[in-house]
Ligand binder design. Structure first.
Ligand SMILES: Cc1cc2nc3c(=O)[nH]c(=O)nc-3n(C[C@H](O)[C@H](O)[C@H](O)COP(=O)(O)O)c2cc1C
Length: 215
């Protein structure tokens, strides 16, 4: 990759960076990441997002207990039985497992977490588009962290204990968390990300009609 990576270089190398150094991340960089987040679209430009920056070792440790419990009770057994996803070799999948286990043990040691939240806009029933006003901001933040030489991972596992973990974050009624993004200086290397080719996942006009990429 060139000295000055393009946006596509950044996109193509923004992996889940689960092995992080404990070194602190300057608040200025955290602010830059969140600034990238709020450049994202939100429905009607409502910007009902809020971002909790968590550095307290006590709070991280308390939330970590639920993150680990969710792995031990649900995620770990599921992972152990699952097959490699499209575009991923068994060896790479084994490495992903090891990295997931590493983050499970060390989640709370990331120097800073960013917890993206949304204010509830009144609908009691969950809707398919609920997350659409926060996950674009999350992806912007992952890309910004990568561009700044930091590592980050989108995680949602704490939501298996949503009530307990949101109480630890002090979220008031009507505010919900959508992810926890542990951020730190990476121990491993960035990308390239491994995915199935777009020819396997892209159709033209009607379902299963191939979209042919010009050669
Ligand atoms: C909805 C969602 C939830 C995720 N939750 C977790 C999580 O709780 N813990 C974790 O380690 N990774 C989590 N991930 C990260 C994915 O496992 C990761 O993006 C995927 O394996 C691709 O990784 P790569 O970009 O490094 O190839 C989550 C990703 C998404 C999109």
């Amino acid at each position: 990759m060139s000295e000055d990576p393009t946006l596509f270089d950044i996109i193509g190398s923004t992996r889940a960076m689960r092995r992080l150094k404990p070194d602190p991340v300057p608040d200025e960089l955290v602010a830059k990441i969140i600034e990238a987040g709020v450049c994202a679209p939100s429905g009607a430009n409502s910007q009902t997002w809020r971002f909790l920056v968590v550095k307290s070792p006590e709070i991280k440790r308390a939330v970590h207990a639920y993150y680990k419990r969710a792995f031990d009770e649900l995620v770990g057994p599921h992972y152990a039985k699952s097959k490699p996803p499209p575009g991923v070799t068994p060896e790479a999948y084994a490495r992903q497992h090891a990295a997931v286990e590493h983050l499970t043990e060390h989640f709370h040691e990331a120097p800073v977490w960013i917890v993206p939240c949304l204010l509830n806009r009144g609908s009691a029933e969950p809707k398919r588009w609920d997350g659409a006003s926060i996950y674009p901001a999350v992806q912007n933040m992952l890309l910004a962290a990568r561009a700044l030489g930091l590592g980050a991972t989108l995680t949602t596992r704490h939501l298996m204990f949503e009530r307990e973990t949101e109480a630890l974050f002090g979220l008031p009624p009507g505010v919900h968390s959508y992810a926890i993004i542990p951020v730190g200086y990476p121990l491993g290397n960035y990308g390239p990300v491994k995915r199935a080719p777009i020819s396997e996942v892209t159709y033209l006009d009607r379902w299963e009609q191939p979209f042919v990429r010009p050669s």
